[in-house]
Design a protein. Structure first.
Length: 232
């Protein structure tokens, strides 16, 4: 039977989902609260991981080990790396990578974790296509894109840093958890998708835009996830 793990880094990214689910039990592990129950007729485990790649990886491993989830959805917000992707729009991952990994001195491409044999982590195609179609239904007033999502332990708010990340990785948006969730899901052979609503442009205006738009962006992402669940 399918059981979907839903991860948001911050409470605002999962609070609406928590409020709508039929709760069966709460489990606390690694200072995280895992809510297990049903949402839209689907067995789910909803959790706030906390911000950053370590929190995200630990959270994903717990979902795999302790809850035996069959699918993982990471919902949240991100900074746009492309001019055409506006605040409020949605990016659904094609693949995900760590933009802050650099072991080039030993011959690895920028962004590749040594000894894995791959640069990025591919999204499950069924989940990704489902996310795109559901986004068009749930959020008809915004645009949805499919592309690479890149992650690092930093909030990007500098134009030069944004341009460097874009040049090196051709990402569509940048955030702080997706690659670690994808990395852990990949190692555990669990299909995943990373969904990001755009809260800022990851440039010199990001510090002003982010607090103004984070709630609306998170609401778009949550609405998409609700539409997805019965169809997984």
């Amino acid at each position: 039977m399918k059981k979907v793990g839903i991860i948001g880094a911050m409470e605002l990214e999962v609070e609406a989902l928590k409020g709508k689910m039929e709760l069966k039990r709460k489990v606390e592990k690694a200072s995280m609260e895992f809510l297990e129950g049903a949402l839209e007729g689907t067995e789910v485990v909803v959790v706030r991981s906390g911000i950053g790649k370590v929190n995200a990886a630990v959270c994903t491993q717990i979902l795999c080990d302790c809850f035996q989830v069959t699918h993982i959805i990471n919902t949240g917000i991100a900074g746009s790396l492309k001019n055409e992707i506006d605040i409020g729009d949605i990016v659904v991952s094609t693949d995900v990578l760590h933009h802050d990994v650099d072991v080039q001195v030993f011959g690895y491409p920028l962004g590749e974790v040594p000894q894995l044999g791959r640069l990025s982590f591919p999204t499950d195609e069924h989940l990704a296509q489902l996310a795109v179609s559901c986004c068009k239904e749930a959020n008809p007033d915004i645009s949805v894109y499919r592309g690479r999502i890149v992650s690092g332990d930093q909030f990007i708010s500098d134009k030069e840093v944004k341009e460097r990340i874009t040049k090196n990785f051709q990402g569509f948006c940048v955030e702080m958890e997706g690659a670690s969730i994808a990395h852990a899901a990949y190692l555990n052979h669990v299909p995943f998708v990373i969904i990001r609503a755009i809260s800022d442009k990851a440039d010199d205006s990001a510090e002003m835009d982010y607090p103004a738009f984070e709630k609306a962006a998170a609401a778009h992402s949550e609405a998409l996830v609700e539409h997805m669940l019965p169809r997984i």
